[in-house]
Write a protein that binds this ligand. Structure first.
Ligand SMILES: Nc1nc2c(c(=O)[nH]1)N[C@H]1C(S)=C(S)[C@@H](COP(=O)(O)OP(=O)(O)OC[C@H]3O[C@@H](n4cnc5c(=O)[nH]c(N)nc54)[C@H](O)[C@@H]3O)O[C@H]1N2
Ligand SMILES: Nc1nc2c(c(=O)[nH]1)N[C@H]1C(S)=C(S)[C@@H](COP(=O)(O)OP(=O)(O)OC[C@H]3O[C@@H](n4cnc5c(=O)[nH]c(N)nc54)[C@H](O)[C@@H]3O)O[C@H]1N2
Ligand SMILES: [Mo]
Length: 764
């Protein structure tokens, strides 16, 4: 079998982590030519006096005594602190049309941007421009628009609290709530779904809670790749004998076996620790059925326990005192038959029963989840069913128990907290009025999908991006790219060149900014910024590396200067004072959001502080003052998937990428080397289409597709351990088959993990 596998496809039999991870880091350091400086940089990641690693939003342990090794954190850091530069020579020697033909990897691998650039359509080149001229141009273009709602202001989740807060201040003073955000493509189902359930759109657990959990459930996230520091927590839990129950269509290596690089015994003896106690390979989109199945099984156990004279297994005291809506949820799950649950989830009744037994036996349960739950047409419903399951046994708001959405970008949660939202609530508007003396518009603005739709329709004419790579991250590149090329103004504040920057508008600017690792010096001296992790801990981050060029500005400084050039002295906001000393920004954050009381003082305490998450203390900020059991009708993931020959595609991250940033072409733990043009398929699905391992295939998206659109040609089918009916391919390549019309109607999250497709032998 082995030599007949497609090129670059191997069996990976090692545990995740271990020496393989150390070797991978050494390779990355060498490639980015940062061996000496880079190694030192790594030691300051996630330390109380250092910078916050831009790699993920997993919290730091309280007592960070030594360097916590993380392979993918190391990649994220070295990618930023690289010695390579995208300087003037690059843009002199390459037209934008030439650069367009570079791969996403090549564009970013060219290195850090060093000076502000403006596109010249006559030479088809980006050319250097001075900062003042750039700011004036942006201000003039924004002021030309007849309506501020014709401009879109995108945020990617690396922006610090200070940068994001200034940005929302500028945009609201300018007069719109058009805040498309990477969060709209990520955990929006959490931000929209949980407030109705438990009164807050955030997780309720802290890192310490994991020490007290008696069982941990993991739905649809891949921590070995995307949150490697979480593996330390899972590794410790497993060693304590805590059951870890995984629901994931793919057998992710790190969730099976992990060798902790910080464990000397495992490193020296080449041993490892099993992580999952049970691994349920459900079908993509089978989560709603699996969750309802588990609840149904809990009710069955409750009834049986009562019948035999016991007190039942659901937490009646909690339900009585704290919740509403149980009866409707019970009726809903009882109406679903086991046959339906088994068919839709792709799991046996035994499997679901065994998961329910673990759940019922454990006193304290934490449920973690990621994109496998949120990026579905029913993502919000999925999140709410997780909350239901936890509430059945009072697993919210006490030690060792709770809900743990695992966020993506290192400050995606903080950006939301400090006002990046297209739907401002009264508290935000009141706070802004208190702090700045004007009341911003309360009208709903655009989320990411709506912004792109407005751009495609020609209604929005300007796009400002605070980081990110919106054009590549978003569904349907063909339509999205065409739309972006029609803009009047495109401005990208970025550390590295990417494809979004090459979709030039009438006026296009790329503004290079400092990254997390860079020393940020302003008029009052060196500055620290702050970030909020997945568990609502806010702490300071201080870069220390010499910036890649003297010309770079910090994100807050760039935003303040754009604001000055656009707004002049509108509302008397003192932009110079705010950018000179970030303490002044934090003072304003505290006025707008009282939860940040004594912000400057508390953020100077080692480890920072936790923002109040009311549900963690069983205070429910919902309309009825209760935690609500919420019904999600049906079991089927998605009514759009009607075609019986369709397969459901999920789009996933490799081990060698950070979202649209592709570090390399390997996906070690899945046994893929040197390529990304593969689709993982079940043996029966291959056979049913007359295909075999290694065949060239075409993939066509079924939603909203016209003839010849939403098509990816010439990929290689790889026989893989994945449930029948489900296929998997890499993000962002597979966005070409995702329709802009296919998203969760409640949260606006694109259905990146539930794309109906047809797969056939390639004829291209
Ligand atoms: N190194 C690295 N770190 C990252 C990122 C990165 O790209 N690289 N990205 C960051 C960002 S922005 C985010 S949001 C997070 C993302 O982190 P994750 O949430 O782990 O995201 P994905 O890699 O998209 O993978 C989701 C997992 O869900 C599984 N899955 C797919 N479909 C389904 C389904 O229908 N049901 C269930 N139960 N599971 C399913 C996949 O097999 C995969 O294991 O990571 C952050 N950290
Ligand atoms: N098919 C499919 N599509 C997806 C997903 C999926 O799972 N499947 N996942 C979605 C998710 S979860 C997310 S979060 C989005 C991600 O969407 P984005 O957040 O828009 O994309 P990134 O790839 O994280 O952005 C990378 C760029 O950010 C810039 N950058 C890096 N560091 C900094 C910095 O410190 N400051 C500034 N200003 N710029 C910086 C660099 O120029 C780099 O090129 O993609 C979404 N798209
Ligand atoms: Mo994300």
């Amino acid at each position: 079998m082995k030599d007949q596998r497609p090129e670059g496809i191997e069996q990976y039999d090692q545990p995740a982590g271990g020496w393989g991870a150390l070797k991978a880091v050494a390779k990355t350091l060498a490639h980015q030519r940062v061996v000496a400086q880079g190694a030192m940089t790594l030691l300051k990641a996630n330390q109380p006096e250092g910078f916050d690693c831009p790699g993920c939003a997993w919290p730091d342990p309280k007592h960070t005594s030594s360097f916590e090794f993380c392979e993918n954190g190391a990649k994220a850091i070295t990618w930023e602190s690289t010695a390579k530069r995208s300087g003037p020579e690059l843009f002199e020697s390459h037209t934008v049309s030439e650069l367009w033909n570079w791969t996403d990897h090549e564009l970013e691998d060219a290195g850090r941007l060093t000076m502000p650039l403006r596109y010249n359509s006559e030479t088809d080149r980006y050319e250097p421009i001075g900062w003042d001229a750039a700011f004036k141009l942006i201000g003039d273009e924004l002021n030309k628009l007849d309506d501020p709602n014709r401009a879109e202001f995108y945020t990617s989740g690396r922006a610090s609290n200070e940068a994001a807060f200034l940005y929302q201040l500028f945009v609201r003073a300018y007069g719109t709530n058009n805040f498309p955000d990477c969060s709209n493509m990520c955990h929006e189902a959490t931000s929209v779904g949980l407030p109705k359930s438990i009164g807050v759109g955030k997780g309720t657990v802290t890192l310490e809670d994991f020490d007290y959990a008696d069982a941990i459930f993991s739905f649809g996230h891949n921590p070995g790749t995307n949150h490697p520091r979480m593996m330390t927590t899972l590794h410790n839990a497993s060693r304590r004998g805590v059951p870890i129950v995984v629901f994931n269509p793919l057998k992710e290596r790190a969730l099976e076996r992990f060798a902790a690089p910080q464990d000397p015994v495992e490193m020296v003896t080449l041993s490892s620790t099993p992580i999952a106690s049970a691994y349920h390979q459900l079908r993509t989109g089978g989560d709603l059925a699996a969750l309802k199945g588990m609840m149904k099984a809990v009710f069955e156990r409750d009834a049986a326990n009562i019948a035999s004279g016991g007190p039942g297994v659901i937490d009646r005291a909690f339900i009585e005192e704290h919740t509403a809506g149980l009866d409707a949820v019970r009726a809903d799950v009882e109406a679903a038959s086991w046959d339906q649950i088994v068919a839709v989830s792709g799991l046996t009744k035994d499997a679901i029963d065994s998961a329910a037994d673990v759940y019922v036996k454990a006193k304290n349960v934490i449920v973690c989840y990621g994109m496998g739950i949120t990026q579905h047409a029913n993502g919000t419903a999925n999140v709410q069913q997780i909350a239901n399951l936890l509430m059945l046994r009072g697993n919210i708001g006490r030690q060792g128990a709770g809900i743990a959405p695992i966020r993506g970008h290192s400050n995606v949660q903080g950006d939301r907290t400090v006002g990046i939202t297209e739907i401002p609530n009264k508290a935000l508007l009141d706070g802004m009025e208190r702090a700045f003396g004007f009341r911003p518009s309360g009208d709903k603005g655009h989320n990411a999908i709506e912004a792109v739709e407005a751009i495609i329709a020609g209604e929005s004419k300007a796009l400002i991006c605070l980081g990110g790579n919106l054009a590549v991250a978003m569904s349907d590149p063909k339509a999205t790219w065409e739309g972006m090329r029609k803009l009047d103004l495109a401005v990208h504040i970025a550390t590295k060149l990417n494809r979004s920057h090459l979709l030039t508008a009438k006026v296009s600017l790329v503004l290079p900014c400092l990254g997390r690792t860079d020393l940020d010096t302003q008029a009052s001296g060196p500055q620290a910024v702050t970030v909020e992790d997945s568990m609502s801990m806010v702490h300071a981050s201080r870069g220390f590396l010499k910036p890649p060029s003297d010309v770079l500005k910090s994100e807050p400084a760039i935003i303040a200067n754009i604001a000055k050039a656009t707004l002049g002295d509108r509302y008397g906001i003192n932009w110079d004072e705010l950018m000179a000393d970030y303490d002044r920004i934090r003072e304003k954050i505290e006025v707008v959001f009282p939860d940040f009381h004594e912000f400057n003082k508390r953020v100077r305490v080692r480890g920072g502080f936790r923002l109040d998450v009311a549900a963690s203390f069983r205070r429910w900020n919902t309309q009825n003052g209760k935690a609500n059991f919420l019904v999600a009708p049906g079991l089927n993931e998605d009514p759009l998937i009607k075609n019986p020959d369709a397969l459901v595609l999920t789009t996933i991250r490799s081990h060698d990428q950070y979202n649209t940033t592709v570090y390399g072409l390997d996906d070690r733990y899945r046994g893929v080397f040197g390529r990304r043009d593969v689709i993982f398929m079940n043996r029966d699905d291959l056979a049913g289409r007359g295909l075999k391992d290694g065949d060239r295939i075409d993939i066509r998206g079924l939603v909203g597709a016209g003839e010849g659109t939403h098509l990816v040609r010439g990929f290689t089918a790889v026989e893989y351990n994945i449930p029948k009916g489900s296929v998997a391919g890499y993000y962002p390549e597979m966005n070409a088959v995702v329709s802009l019309r296919h998203y969760d109607r409640v949260s606006g999250t694109p259905s990146y993990k539930g794309v109906p497709v047809m797969v056939a032998a390639s004829n291209g």
